[in-house]
Design a protein around this ligand. Sequence first.
Ligand code: CA
Ligand code: CA
Length: 646
Amino acid sequence: MTNIRTRSAWPVVAAAALLIFGQAACGRGSSDDDDSDDGGPSQGAASSVGGSGASPSGGSGNVGGAVNSDGGTGGAPTTGGTAPGGMAGSVSGGGTGGMGGMGGPSKPIWPDGRGPSVPFTAYEAEAMDTNGMKTVPTRAFGRISGESSGRQAVTLSANGHQVAFQAKEASNSIVVRYSVPDGGHDYWTTLSVFVDGQSRGKLELTTRYSWTYGGDDVFNKPQQEDKGIGNEHHFYDEAHALIGDIPAGATVVLRKEADDTAPNITVDLVELELVGGPLPQPAGSLSLTECGAMPDDDKDDSGAIQECIDQAQSLNKVLWIPKGKFQSYTKTLSAKGLTVKGAGMWHSSIVGFHAQFDCWGTGACKYYDFALFGDTLLRDDASPETGFRGNLSNSVIQNIWIEHLKVGIWPSKGSGPLTVASIRARNLMADGVNLYNGAHDSIVENSHFRNTGDDAIAAWSDTWESPGPSRSNVFRKNYIQIPWKANCFGIYGGQDNKIEDNVCADTVQYPGMFFAAQFNSHPFTGTTEVNRNTLLRAGGNAYNHTHGALKFHADQGPVGNVKVNNLDIIDATNSGVHVQGGNTVDKVWLDTVTITNAGQGAFFLNAFAIGSLDAVKVVSSGGNPGVVNDSGGKFNLIKGEGSTGW
Ligand SMILES: [Ca+2]
Ligand SMILES: [Ca+2]
Protein backbone atom coordinates (compact mmCIF):
# COMPACT_ATOMS: atom_id res chain seq x y z
CA MET A 1 0.00 0.00 0.00
CA THR A 2 1.00 3.54 -0.52
CA ASN A 3 0.58 6.53 1.58
CA ILE A 4 -0.02 4.75 4.83
CA ARG A 5 1.17 6.74 7.74
CA THR A 6 1.31 6.08 11.39
CA ARG A 7 1.26 9.00 13.72
CA SER A 8 3.38 7.51 16.41
CA ALA A 9 6.39 9.58 15.62
CA TRP A 10 4.71 12.92 15.84
CA PRO A 11 4.72 13.44 19.56
CA VAL A 12 8.45 12.86 19.49
CA VAL A 13 8.97 15.34 16.72
CA ALA A 14 6.80 17.91 18.36
CA ALA A 15 8.59 17.54 21.67
CA ALA A 16 11.92 17.99 20.03
CA ALA A 17 10.73 21.04 18.21
CA LEU A 18 9.49 22.57 21.41
CA LEU A 19 12.83 22.06 23.00
CA ILE A 20 14.56 23.66 20.08
CA PHE A 21 12.48 26.71 20.58
CA GLY A 22 13.16 26.65 24.28
CA GLN A 23 16.84 26.54 23.65
CA ALA A 24 16.79 29.45 21.30
CA ALA A 25 14.83 31.52 23.73
CA CYS A 26 16.77 30.62 26.84
CA GLY A 27 20.29 30.90 25.64
CA ARG A 28 23.13 29.30 27.39
CA GLY A 29 21.89 29.19 30.90
CA SER A 30 19.50 26.41 30.26
CA SER A 31 20.93 25.00 27.15
CA ASP A 32 23.01 22.44 28.89
CA ASP A 33 19.96 20.72 30.08
CA ASP A 34 17.20 21.12 27.65
CA ASP A 35 18.62 21.77 24.28
CA SER A 36 17.11 18.97 22.38
CA ASP A 37 17.42 20.20 18.91
CA ASP A 38 17.64 17.00 17.07
CA GLY A 39 14.61 15.07 17.25
CA GLY A 40 13.21 14.14 14.30
CA PRO A 41 13.10 14.55 10.83
CA SER A 42 14.14 11.42 9.57
CA GLN A 43 13.28 9.42 12.51
CA GLY A 44 10.07 10.95 11.69
CA ALA A 45 10.98 10.10 8.26
CA ALA A 46 11.53 6.56 8.92
CA SER A 47 8.74 5.87 11.28
CA SER A 48 5.91 7.55 9.56
CA VAL A 49 6.11 5.89 6.27
CA GLY A 50 3.73 3.32 7.44
CA GLY A 51 3.72 -0.28 8.20
CA SER A 52 4.89 -1.97 11.29
CA GLY A 53 8.12 -3.42 12.12
CA ALA A 54 8.12 -6.40 9.94
CA SER A 55 11.44 -7.10 8.47
CA PRO A 56 11.46 -6.30 4.82
CA SER A 57 11.40 -9.18 2.53
CA GLY A 58 14.70 -9.99 1.02
CA GLY A 59 13.20 -11.14 -2.21
CA SER A 60 13.46 -8.61 -4.91
CA GLY A 61 15.74 -6.59 -2.75
CA ASN A 62 18.58 -8.83 -3.62
CA VAL A 63 18.37 -8.81 -7.30
CA GLY A 64 20.78 -6.02 -7.66
CA GLY A 65 23.11 -7.10 -10.32
CA ALA A 66 26.80 -7.52 -10.26
CA VAL A 67 27.33 -7.77 -6.56
CA ASN A 68 25.41 -10.96 -6.36
CA SER A 69 27.99 -13.12 -7.93
CA ASP A 70 27.28 -15.97 -5.64
CA GLY A 71 26.55 -18.46 -8.30
CA GLY A 72 23.14 -17.98 -9.71
CA THR A 73 21.08 -17.71 -6.57
CA GLY A 74 19.85 -14.36 -7.69
CA GLY A 75 21.50 -13.00 -4.63
CA ALA A 76 18.83 -14.25 -2.33
CA PRO A 77 20.11 -14.67 1.19
CA THR A 78 19.61 -18.36 1.02
CA THR A 79 22.81 -19.73 2.45
CA GLY A 80 24.28 -19.86 5.82
CA GLY A 81 21.34 -20.33 8.10
CA THR A 82 21.24 -18.37 11.28
CA ALA A 83 24.44 -18.32 13.19
CA PRO A 84 24.43 -16.07 16.24
CA GLY A 85 23.84 -12.53 15.31
CA GLY A 86 23.03 -13.36 11.77
CA MET A 87 26.58 -12.72 10.81
CA ALA A 88 28.73 -15.75 10.48
CA GLY A 89 25.67 -17.50 9.27
CA SER A 90 26.08 -15.69 6.04
CA VAL A 91 29.43 -17.24 5.41
CA SER A 92 29.15 -19.53 2.48
CA GLY A 93 30.33 -23.05 2.42
CA GLY A 94 32.31 -22.06 -0.57
CA GLY A 95 34.85 -20.34 1.59
CA THR A 96 37.02 -17.84 -0.09
CA GLY A 97 35.73 -18.45 -3.54
CA GLY A 98 32.55 -16.51 -3.13
CA MET A 99 33.36 -13.57 -5.27
CA GLY A 100 34.29 -15.54 -8.32
CA GLY A 101 36.08 -13.52 -10.88
CA MET A 102 34.80 -10.21 -9.66
CA GLY A 103 37.59 -9.62 -7.23
CA GLY A 104 35.74 -6.87 -5.42
CA PRO A 105 36.41 -3.25 -6.10
CA SER A 106 38.95 -1.73 -3.78
CA LYS A 107 37.16 1.54 -4.13
CA PRO A 108 33.83 2.59 -5.49
CA ILE A 109 33.38 3.33 -9.15
CA TRP A 110 32.27 6.83 -9.92
CA PRO A 111 32.94 9.39 -12.61
CA ASP A 112 35.70 11.90 -12.21
CA GLY A 113 34.69 15.00 -10.36
CA ARG A 114 32.14 13.34 -8.11
CA GLY A 115 32.67 12.70 -4.47
CA PRO A 116 35.14 14.39 -2.15
CA SER A 117 38.87 14.65 -2.25
CA VAL A 118 39.92 12.66 0.81
CA PRO A 119 43.36 11.85 2.20
CA PHE A 120 42.68 8.16 2.77
CA THR A 121 42.55 5.12 0.52
CA ALA A 122 39.95 2.43 1.10
CA TYR A 123 40.56 -1.29 0.77
CA GLU A 124 37.64 -3.68 0.74
CA ALA A 125 38.27 -6.78 2.84
CA GLU A 126 36.64 -9.01 0.25
CA ALA A 127 39.33 -8.01 -2.23
CA MET A 128 42.15 -8.94 0.16
CA ASP A 129 43.98 -12.22 0.49
CA THR A 130 42.39 -14.20 3.27
CA ASN A 131 42.13 -17.58 4.91
CA GLY A 132 38.92 -16.44 6.56
CA MET A 133 35.56 -16.66 4.88
CA LYS A 134 33.96 -14.14 2.62
CA THR A 135 30.35 -13.45 3.42
CA VAL A 136 27.74 -14.19 0.80
CA PRO A 137 26.67 -10.96 -0.84
CA THR A 138 23.10 -9.96 -0.14
CA ARG A 139 21.02 -6.85 0.15
CA ALA A 140 18.83 -8.38 2.83
CA PHE A 141 18.11 -6.47 6.00
CA GLY A 142 19.45 -8.15 9.10
CA ARG A 143 22.37 -9.77 7.35
CA ILE A 144 25.88 -8.54 7.81
CA SER A 145 26.54 -8.47 4.09
CA GLY A 146 23.54 -6.22 3.67
CA GLU A 147 25.27 -3.59 5.80
CA SER A 148 28.67 -4.06 4.21
CA SER A 149 30.44 -1.79 1.79
CA GLY A 150 30.13 -3.49 -1.58
CA ARG A 151 27.71 -5.81 0.25
CA GLN A 152 30.46 -8.18 1.22
CA ALA A 153 32.98 -8.62 4.03
CA VAL A 154 35.31 -11.26 5.45
CA THR A 155 34.76 -13.14 8.71
CA LEU A 156 37.76 -14.28 10.75
CA SER A 157 36.38 -17.05 12.91
CA ALA A 158 39.46 -19.01 14.01
CA ASN A 159 42.78 -18.03 15.50
CA GLY A 160 45.20 -17.41 12.66
CA HIS A 161 42.51 -16.20 10.31
CA GLN A 162 43.57 -13.00 8.64
CA VAL A 163 43.14 -10.57 5.80
CA ALA A 164 46.21 -9.21 4.03
CA PHE A 165 46.71 -6.50 1.44
CA GLN A 166 49.35 -4.21 0.04
CA ALA A 167 49.32 -0.52 0.90
CA LYS A 168 49.15 1.45 -2.31
CA GLU A 169 50.50 4.60 -0.73
CA ALA A 170 52.64 5.53 2.24
CA SER A 171 50.50 5.77 5.34
CA ASN A 172 50.73 5.85 9.10
CA SER A 173 47.18 5.28 10.28
CA ILE A 174 44.45 2.73 9.98
CA VAL A 175 40.67 2.66 10.17
CA VAL A 176 38.98 -0.74 10.31
CA ARG A 177 35.25 -1.18 9.85
CA TYR A 178 34.38 -4.32 11.77
CA SER A 179 31.67 -6.30 13.46
CA VAL A 180 31.92 -8.67 16.38
CA PRO A 181 29.09 -10.62 18.05
CA ASP A 182 27.13 -8.55 20.52
CA GLY A 183 28.66 -8.58 23.96
CA GLY A 184 26.81 -5.54 25.26
CA HIS A 185 27.87 -2.01 26.04
CA ASP A 186 30.88 -3.00 28.10
CA TYR A 187 32.31 -5.60 25.80
CA TRP A 188 35.77 -4.83 24.49
CA THR A 189 38.06 -7.05 22.51
CA THR A 190 40.98 -6.73 20.10
CA LEU A 191 42.30 -7.39 16.61
CA SER A 192 46.01 -7.70 15.83
CA VAL A 193 47.70 -5.53 13.21
CA PHE A 194 50.93 -6.34 11.39
CA VAL A 195 52.91 -4.41 8.79
CA ASP A 196 55.50 -6.35 6.82
CA GLY A 197 55.41 -9.05 9.46
CA GLN A 198 55.95 -6.75 12.42
CA SER A 199 53.32 -6.24 15.08
CA ARG A 200 51.84 -2.78 15.23
CA GLY A 201 49.73 -3.55 18.25
CA LYS A 202 46.09 -4.35 18.63
CA LEU A 203 43.04 -2.36 17.70
CA GLU A 204 40.38 -2.08 20.36
CA LEU A 205 37.01 -3.38 19.24
CA THR A 206 33.71 -3.06 21.06
CA THR A 207 30.01 -3.62 20.72
CA ARG A 208 29.28 -0.54 22.80
CA TYR A 209 27.99 1.41 19.82
CA SER A 210 26.65 -1.28 17.51
CA TRP A 211 23.81 -3.82 17.45
CA THR A 212 20.24 -2.62 17.44
CA TYR A 213 17.18 -4.85 17.67
CA GLY A 214 13.60 -4.82 16.56
CA GLY A 215 11.70 -3.76 13.50
CA ASP A 216 10.93 -0.39 12.08
CA ASP A 217 8.57 0.49 14.92
CA VAL A 218 11.07 0.23 17.78
CA PHE A 219 13.98 2.23 16.49
CA ASN A 220 13.44 4.99 19.03
CA LYS A 221 12.32 2.89 21.97
CA PRO A 222 14.20 1.19 24.79
CA GLN A 223 13.51 -2.21 23.27
CA GLN A 224 16.04 -1.37 20.61
CA GLU A 225 18.61 -2.94 22.92
CA ASP A 226 16.64 -6.08 23.64
CA LYS A 227 18.22 -9.06 21.96
CA GLY A 228 15.13 -11.04 22.80
CA ILE A 229 13.01 -9.30 20.20
CA GLY A 230 15.33 -10.31 17.39
CA ASN A 231 15.54 -8.43 14.11
CA GLU A 232 19.15 -7.60 14.81
CA HIS A 233 20.87 -5.02 12.63
CA HIS A 234 23.33 -2.13 12.89
CA PHE A 235 26.21 -4.57 13.11
CA TYR A 236 29.19 -2.39 12.42
CA ASP A 237 31.50 0.01 14.18
CA GLU A 238 35.00 1.26 13.43
CA ALA A 239 38.36 1.36 15.16
CA HIS A 240 41.15 3.74 14.26
CA ALA A 241 44.74 4.26 15.33
CA LEU A 242 48.03 5.85 14.38
CA ILE A 243 50.25 2.80 13.95
CA GLY A 244 53.55 4.13 12.61
CA ASP A 245 54.91 4.28 9.10
CA ILE A 246 53.44 2.00 6.47
CA PRO A 247 55.58 2.28 3.33
CA ALA A 248 53.93 2.10 -0.05
CA GLY A 249 53.86 -1.55 -1.05
CA ALA A 250 53.99 -2.81 2.52
CA THR A 251 51.85 -5.80 3.42
CA VAL A 252 49.24 -4.99 6.02
CA VAL A 253 47.70 -7.90 7.90
CA LEU A 254 44.75 -7.98 10.28
CA ARG A 255 44.81 -11.26 12.19
CA LYS A 256 42.71 -12.86 14.86
CA GLU A 257 45.32 -14.14 17.33
CA ALA A 258 44.70 -16.42 20.31
CA ASP A 259 44.33 -13.45 22.63
CA ASP A 260 41.92 -11.68 20.30
CA THR A 261 39.07 -13.39 22.04
CA ALA A 262 35.95 -12.46 20.08
CA PRO A 263 34.20 -15.57 18.71
CA ASN A 264 34.63 -14.06 15.29
CA ILE A 265 35.61 -10.74 13.76
CA THR A 266 34.12 -9.54 10.48
CA VAL A 267 36.16 -6.99 8.57
CA ASP A 268 34.35 -4.92 5.95
CA LEU A 269 36.97 -2.45 4.84
CA VAL A 270 40.18 -0.74 5.85
CA GLU A 271 41.31 2.82 5.25
CA LEU A 272 44.92 3.93 5.31
CA GLU A 273 45.97 7.55 5.50
CA LEU A 274 49.19 9.47 5.85
CA VAL A 275 48.40 11.74 8.76
CA GLY A 276 50.47 14.87 9.15
CA GLY A 277 51.89 16.01 12.45
CA PRO A 278 49.93 18.07 14.95
CA LEU A 279 49.14 21.61 13.83
CA PRO A 280 50.83 24.41 15.79
CA GLN A 281 48.96 26.47 18.32
CA PRO A 282 47.71 29.72 16.77
CA ALA A 283 49.40 32.84 18.10
CA GLY A 284 47.40 34.55 20.79
CA SER A 285 45.05 31.66 21.36
CA LEU A 286 43.94 30.35 24.73
CA SER A 287 44.78 26.71 25.36
CA LEU A 288 42.48 24.34 27.22
CA THR A 289 45.34 23.41 29.48
CA GLU A 290 45.49 26.99 30.78
CA CYS A 291 42.10 26.39 32.36
CA GLY A 292 43.10 23.15 34.01
CA ALA A 293 41.90 20.69 31.39
CA MET A 294 44.16 17.66 31.27
CA PRO A 295 44.26 15.32 28.30
CA ASP A 296 44.55 11.56 28.33
CA ASP A 297 43.74 11.07 32.00
CA ASP A 298 40.13 9.84 31.75
CA LYS A 299 39.11 12.60 34.14
CA ASP A 300 36.33 15.00 33.29
CA ASP A 301 37.31 18.32 31.79
CA SER A 302 33.82 19.70 31.17
CA GLY A 303 34.13 22.49 33.70
CA ALA A 304 37.61 23.48 32.64
CA ILE A 305 36.67 23.52 28.98
CA GLN A 306 33.64 25.69 29.66
CA GLU A 307 35.79 28.04 31.75
CA CYS A 308 38.16 28.33 28.81
CA ILE A 309 35.30 28.93 26.39
CA ASP A 310 34.03 31.76 28.58
CA GLN A 311 37.49 33.30 28.90
CA ALA A 312 38.23 33.03 25.20
CA GLN A 313 34.94 34.71 24.39
CA SER A 314 35.52 37.58 26.80
CA LEU A 315 39.12 38.05 25.63
CA ASN A 316 38.16 37.59 21.98
CA LYS A 317 40.73 34.82 21.60
CA VAL A 318 40.72 31.62 19.63
CA LEU A 319 40.23 28.59 21.85
CA TRP A 320 42.95 26.00 21.28
CA ILE A 321 42.53 22.28 21.80
CA PRO A 322 46.05 20.87 22.10
CA LYS A 323 47.07 17.41 21.04
CA GLY A 324 45.42 14.82 23.23
CA LYS A 325 42.11 13.42 24.32
CA PHE A 326 40.06 15.71 26.55
CA GLN A 327 37.03 14.45 28.43
CA SER A 328 33.57 16.00 28.46
CA TYR A 329 31.61 13.68 30.68
CA THR A 330 29.22 15.92 32.57
CA LYS A 331 28.27 19.03 30.66
CA THR A 332 27.55 20.00 27.08
CA LEU A 333 29.80 22.82 25.98
CA SER A 334 28.16 26.16 25.22
CA ALA A 335 29.82 28.69 22.95
CA LYS A 336 28.90 32.00 21.39
CA GLY A 337 30.74 33.76 18.63
CA LEU A 338 33.77 31.59 19.35
CA THR A 339 36.44 30.07 17.14
CA VAL A 340 37.77 26.70 18.32
CA LYS A 341 40.81 25.11 16.70
CA GLY A 342 42.54 21.82 17.28
CA ALA A 343 45.80 20.21 16.20
CA GLY A 344 44.02 18.05 13.63
CA MET A 345 41.18 15.55 13.66
CA TRP A 346 43.61 12.71 14.38
CA HIS A 347 45.38 14.59 17.15
CA SER A 348 42.92 16.63 19.19
CA SER A 349 39.68 15.19 20.47
CA ILE A 350 36.95 15.77 22.96
CA VAL A 351 35.45 12.51 24.11
CA GLY A 352 32.55 11.36 26.24
CA PHE A 353 28.80 11.64 26.33
CA HIS A 354 28.96 15.44 26.39
CA ALA A 355 31.40 15.80 23.53
CA GLN A 356 28.93 18.29 22.12
CA PHE A 357 28.99 21.99 21.32
CA ASP A 358 25.96 24.22 21.56
CA CYS A 359 26.26 27.54 19.74
CA TRP A 360 23.94 30.20 21.08
CA GLY A 361 23.16 33.87 20.77
CA THR A 362 23.88 35.25 17.35
CA GLY A 363 25.88 32.22 16.29
CA ALA A 364 29.18 32.73 14.48
CA CYS A 365 30.76 29.64 15.99
CA LYS A 366 33.68 28.28 14.02
CA TYR A 367 35.21 24.89 14.61
CA TYR A 368 38.32 23.53 12.94
CA ASP A 369 40.60 20.52 13.09
CA PHE A 370 39.50 18.30 15.94
CA ALA A 371 37.31 15.33 16.72
CA LEU A 372 34.21 14.74 18.79
CA PHE A 373 33.99 11.13 19.89
CA GLY A 374 30.73 10.81 21.78
CA ASP A 375 29.28 8.06 23.90
CA THR A 376 25.74 7.65 22.63
CA LEU A 377 24.59 4.09 23.15
CA LEU A 378 21.08 4.12 21.76
CA ARG A 379 18.68 6.37 19.98
CA ASP A 380 16.55 8.50 22.27
CA ASP A 381 14.96 11.43 20.53
CA ALA A 382 14.14 13.03 23.84
CA SER A 383 17.87 13.49 24.36
CA PRO A 384 19.93 15.89 22.25
CA GLU A 385 23.33 14.21 21.85
CA THR A 386 24.26 16.27 18.83
CA GLY A 387 27.85 17.14 18.02
CA PHE A 388 27.20 20.70 16.86
CA ARG A 389 23.90 22.42 17.36
CA GLY A 390 22.32 25.73 18.19
CA ASN A 391 22.39 28.85 16.08
CA LEU A 392 24.97 27.95 13.47
CA SER A 393 24.59 31.18 11.50
CA ASN A 394 27.78 32.62 10.02
CA SER A 395 29.42 29.47 11.26
CA VAL A 396 32.01 27.00 10.01
CA ILE A 397 32.61 23.32 10.82
CA GLN A 398 35.70 22.13 8.98
CA ASN A 399 38.10 19.21 9.21
CA ILE A 400 36.12 17.72 12.04
CA TRP A 401 35.63 14.04 12.84
CA ILE A 402 32.33 13.15 14.51
CA GLU A 403 31.56 9.69 15.79
CA HIS A 404 29.37 7.85 18.31
CA LEU A 405 26.88 10.63 18.82
CA LYS A 406 23.22 10.54 17.97
CA VAL A 407 23.33 13.37 15.43
CA GLY A 408 26.36 15.02 13.88
CA ILE A 409 25.21 18.55 13.06
CA TRP A 410 21.73 20.00 13.56
CA PRO A 411 21.42 23.79 13.38
CA SER A 412 18.51 25.49 15.10
CA LYS A 413 15.70 26.59 12.85
CA GLY A 414 16.50 29.53 10.65
CA SER A 415 20.27 29.10 10.90
CA GLY A 416 22.54 30.10 8.09
CA PRO A 417 24.83 30.55 6.42
CA LEU A 418 26.78 27.58 7.69
CA THR A 419 29.72 25.95 5.95
CA VAL A 420 30.40 22.29 6.68
CA ALA A 421 33.53 21.16 4.88
CA SER A 422 35.79 18.14 4.90
CA ILE A 423 34.22 16.46 7.88
CA ARG A 424 33.88 12.77 8.69
CA ALA A 425 30.60 11.79 10.29
CA ARG A 426 30.47 8.11 11.09
CA ASN A 427 28.74 5.57 13.26
CA LEU A 428 25.92 7.73 14.48
CA MET A 429 22.48 6.76 15.78
CA ALA A 430 20.64 9.28 13.60
CA ASP A 431 21.34 12.02 11.06
CA GLY A 432 24.73 13.18 9.90
CA VAL A 433 23.75 16.76 9.04
CA ASN A 434 20.19 18.07 9.02
CA LEU A 435 19.57 21.57 7.73
CA TYR A 436 16.36 21.89 9.63
CA ASN A 437 13.40 24.24 9.43
CA GLY A 438 14.47 27.32 7.55
CA ALA A 439 18.19 26.63 7.48
CA HIS A 440 19.49 28.59 4.53
CA ASP A 441 22.43 29.48 2.33
CA SER A 442 24.50 26.68 3.80
CA ILE A 443 26.96 24.27 2.23
CA VAL A 444 27.92 20.72 3.10
CA GLU A 445 30.87 19.76 0.95
CA ASN A 446 33.81 17.46 0.49
CA SER A 447 32.73 15.33 3.42
CA HIS A 448 32.44 11.65 4.17
CA PHE A 449 29.52 9.99 5.93
CA ARG A 450 29.28 6.34 6.91
CA ASN A 451 26.94 4.26 9.02
CA THR A 452 24.60 7.05 10.02
CA GLY A 453 21.43 5.78 11.69
CA ASP A 454 19.24 8.14 9.73
CA ASP A 455 19.62 10.49 6.77
CA ALA A 456 23.28 11.19 6.22
CA ILE A 457 22.40 14.62 4.83
CA ALA A 458 18.91 16.03 5.21
CA ALA A 459 17.08 19.26 4.60
CA TRP A 460 13.86 19.04 6.57
CA SER A 461 11.71 22.06 5.89
CA ASP A 462 9.50 21.63 8.89
CA THR A 463 6.64 24.08 9.12
CA TRP A 464 6.51 24.06 12.90
CA GLU A 465 6.87 27.72 13.99
CA SER A 466 8.90 27.98 10.87
CA PRO A 467 10.76 30.99 9.54
CA GLY A 468 10.24 29.46 6.09
CA PRO A 469 11.47 26.56 4.05
CA SER A 470 15.03 25.32 4.22
CA ARG A 471 16.38 27.10 1.20
CA SER A 472 19.34 27.77 -1.02
CA ASN A 473 21.47 25.09 0.55
CA VAL A 474 24.08 23.14 -1.39
CA PHE A 475 25.26 19.59 -0.79
CA ARG A 476 28.22 18.93 -3.02
CA LYS A 477 31.11 16.55 -3.48
CA ASN A 478 30.27 14.29 -0.59
CA TYR A 479 30.69 10.54 -0.31
CA ILE A 480 28.04 8.77 1.70
CA GLN A 481 28.23 5.10 2.59
CA ILE A 482 25.87 2.69 4.20
CA PRO A 483 23.36 4.66 6.23
CA TRP A 484 21.94 1.83 8.31
CA LYS A 485 18.60 3.55 8.29
CA ALA A 486 16.97 6.13 5.98
CA ASN A 487 18.65 7.85 3.06
CA CYS A 488 21.92 9.27 1.86
CA PHE A 489 19.98 12.46 1.04
CA GLY A 490 16.58 13.22 2.50
CA ILE A 491 14.95 16.38 1.15
CA TYR A 492 11.63 17.16 2.83
CA GLY A 493 10.21 20.11 0.92
CA GLY A 494 12.17 23.31 0.61
CA GLN A 495 13.26 25.90 -1.87
CA ASP A 496 16.13 26.10 -4.31
CA ASN A 497 18.32 23.47 -2.70
CA LYS A 498 21.04 21.77 -4.74
CA ILE A 499 22.61 18.32 -4.59
CA GLU A 500 25.68 18.21 -6.81
CA ASP A 501 28.61 15.92 -7.59
CA ASN A 502 28.02 13.44 -4.79
CA VAL A 503 28.36 9.69 -4.54
CA CYS A 504 25.99 7.59 -2.43
CA ALA A 505 26.60 3.89 -1.90
CA ASP A 506 24.99 0.92 -0.19
CA THR A 507 21.90 2.25 1.52
CA VAL A 508 20.53 -0.56 3.67
CA GLN A 509 16.80 0.05 3.80
CA TYR A 510 15.89 3.19 1.95
CA PRO A 511 16.56 5.31 -1.14
CA GLY A 512 19.79 6.99 -2.02
CA MET A 513 17.95 10.23 -2.68
CA PHE A 514 14.52 10.87 -1.24
CA PHE A 515 12.34 13.86 -2.13
CA ALA A 516 9.28 13.83 0.08
CA ALA A 517 6.37 15.96 1.14
CA GLN A 518 6.43 14.55 4.62
CA PHE A 519 6.74 15.46 8.29
CA ASN A 520 4.70 18.62 7.79
CA SER A 521 7.20 19.99 5.37
CA HIS A 522 6.91 23.17 3.40
CA PRO A 523 6.17 22.51 -0.28
CA PHE A 524 8.88 22.20 -2.88
CA THR A 525 9.27 25.70 -4.31
CA GLY A 526 11.79 27.38 -6.50
CA THR A 527 13.83 24.64 -8.15
CA THR A 528 15.50 21.74 -6.42
CA GLU A 529 18.49 20.89 -8.60
CA VAL A 530 20.20 17.52 -8.62
CA ASN A 531 23.28 17.56 -10.82
CA ARG A 532 26.02 15.03 -11.57
CA ASN A 533 25.49 12.44 -8.85
CA THR A 534 26.04 8.69 -8.60
CA LEU A 535 23.90 6.21 -6.67
CA LEU A 536 25.58 2.83 -6.16
CA ARG A 537 23.60 -0.13 -4.85
CA ALA A 538 21.00 2.25 -3.40
CA GLY A 539 17.44 1.58 -2.36
CA GLY A 540 16.23 -1.07 0.04
CA ASN A 541 13.36 -2.58 1.91
CA ALA A 542 11.56 -1.10 4.90
CA TYR A 543 8.01 -0.78 6.14
CA ASN A 544 7.00 -3.70 4.00
CA HIS A 545 7.86 -1.81 0.89
CA THR A 546 10.54 -1.79 -1.74
CA HIS A 547 12.18 1.60 -2.11
CA GLY A 548 13.89 2.80 -5.26
CA ALA A 549 17.32 4.38 -5.51
CA LEU A 550 15.81 7.77 -6.39
CA LYS A 551 12.40 8.30 -4.86
CA PHE A 552 9.68 10.94 -5.01
CA HIS A 553 7.11 10.53 -2.26
CA ALA A 554 4.05 12.77 -2.44
CA ASP A 555 2.87 11.72 0.99
CA GLN A 556 1.28 14.76 2.64
CA GLY A 557 1.29 16.97 -0.43
CA PRO A 558 2.63 17.36 -3.94
CA VAL A 559 6.24 16.92 -4.94
CA GLY A 560 7.63 18.89 -7.85
CA ASN A 561 9.97 21.53 -9.14
CA VAL A 562 12.81 19.02 -9.09
CA LYS A 563 15.35 18.91 -11.92
CA VAL A 564 17.66 15.90 -12.11
CA ASN A 565 20.56 16.04 -14.55
CA ASN A 566 23.42 13.66 -15.13
CA LEU A 567 22.60 10.98 -12.62
CA ASP A 568 24.03 7.46 -12.71
CA ILE A 569 22.03 4.81 -10.89
CA ILE A 570 24.09 1.65 -10.71
CA ASP A 571 22.95 -1.72 -9.34
CA ALA A 572 19.86 -0.34 -7.64
CA THR A 573 18.59 -2.85 -5.11
CA ASN A 574 15.03 -2.32 -6.29
CA SER A 575 13.87 0.24 -8.84
CA GLY A 576 16.01 3.00 -10.26
CA VAL A 577 13.35 5.71 -9.99
CA HIS A 578 10.36 5.34 -7.69
CA VAL A 579 7.16 7.38 -7.37
CA GLN A 580 4.84 6.94 -4.39
CA GLY A 581 2.07 8.78 -2.63
CA GLY A 582 -1.49 9.87 -3.23
CA ASN A 583 -0.66 13.47 -4.04
CA THR A 584 0.57 14.79 -7.34
CA VAL A 585 4.12 14.40 -8.51
CA ASP A 586 4.63 16.84 -11.34
CA LYS A 587 7.29 19.15 -12.72
CA VAL A 588 9.91 16.52 -12.16
CA TRP A 589 12.44 16.39 -14.95
CA LEU A 590 15.05 13.71 -15.53
CA ASP A 591 17.69 14.52 -18.13
CA THR A 592 20.65 12.32 -18.94
CA VAL A 593 20.20 9.51 -16.45
CA THR A 594 21.68 6.04 -16.72
CA ILE A 595 20.05 3.16 -14.89
CA THR A 596 22.21 0.06 -14.93
CA ASN A 597 21.22 -3.34 -13.53
CA ALA A 598 18.18 -2.19 -11.61
CA GLY A 599 16.69 -4.94 -9.48
CA GLN A 600 13.01 -4.07 -9.83
CA GLY A 601 12.82 -1.96 -12.97
CA ALA A 602 14.02 1.37 -14.25
CA PHE A 603 10.84 2.93 -12.85
CA PHE A 604 8.45 1.80 -10.16
CA LEU A 605 5.14 3.68 -10.07
CA ASN A 606 3.18 2.78 -6.99
CA ALA A 607 -0.52 2.23 -6.86
CA PHE A 608 -2.24 5.59 -6.34
CA ALA A 609 0.68 7.49 -7.83
CA ILE A 610 -0.63 10.40 -9.85
CA GLY A 611 0.99 13.08 -11.94
CA SER A 612 3.76 12.96 -14.48
CA LEU A 613 7.49 12.81 -14.90
CA ASP A 614 9.54 13.89 -17.91
CA ALA A 615 12.38 11.57 -18.84
CA VAL A 616 14.80 12.76 -21.50
CA LYS A 617 17.88 10.70 -22.31
CA VAL A 618 17.08 8.19 -19.61
CA VAL A 619 18.82 4.99 -20.61
CA SER A 620 18.15 1.74 -18.79
CA SER A 621 20.13 -1.43 -19.34
CA GLY A 622 20.76 -4.71 -17.62
CA GLY A 623 18.96 -6.23 -14.67
CA ASN A 624 15.25 -5.52 -14.89
CA PRO A 625 15.28 -2.52 -17.21
CA GLY A 626 11.56 -1.96 -17.71
CA VAL A 627 8.73 -0.11 -15.98
CA VAL A 628 6.70 -1.49 -13.10
CA ASN A 629 3.52 0.53 -13.30
CA ASP A 630 0.95 -0.07 -10.58
CA SER A 631 -0.63 3.36 -10.98
CA GLY A 632 -3.49 2.12 -13.07
CA GLY A 633 -2.59 4.58 -15.77
CA LYS A 634 -2.86 7.57 -13.44
CA PHE A 635 0.80 8.38 -13.58
CA ASN A 636 2.13 9.62 -16.88
CA LEU A 637 5.69 8.66 -17.56
CA ILE A 638 6.72 10.87 -20.48
CA LYS A 639 9.41 9.18 -22.49
CA GLY A 640 11.41 11.96 -24.07
CA GLU A 641 14.04 11.95 -26.78
CA GLY A 642 17.00 9.67 -26.36
CA SER A 643 15.36 7.49 -23.73
CA THR A 644 15.88 3.81 -24.33
CA GLY A 645 15.73 0.46 -22.68
CA TRP A 646 12.42 0.87 -20.87
CA1 CA B 1 33.32 -4.72 2.08
CA1 CA C 1 40.91 15.07 31.44
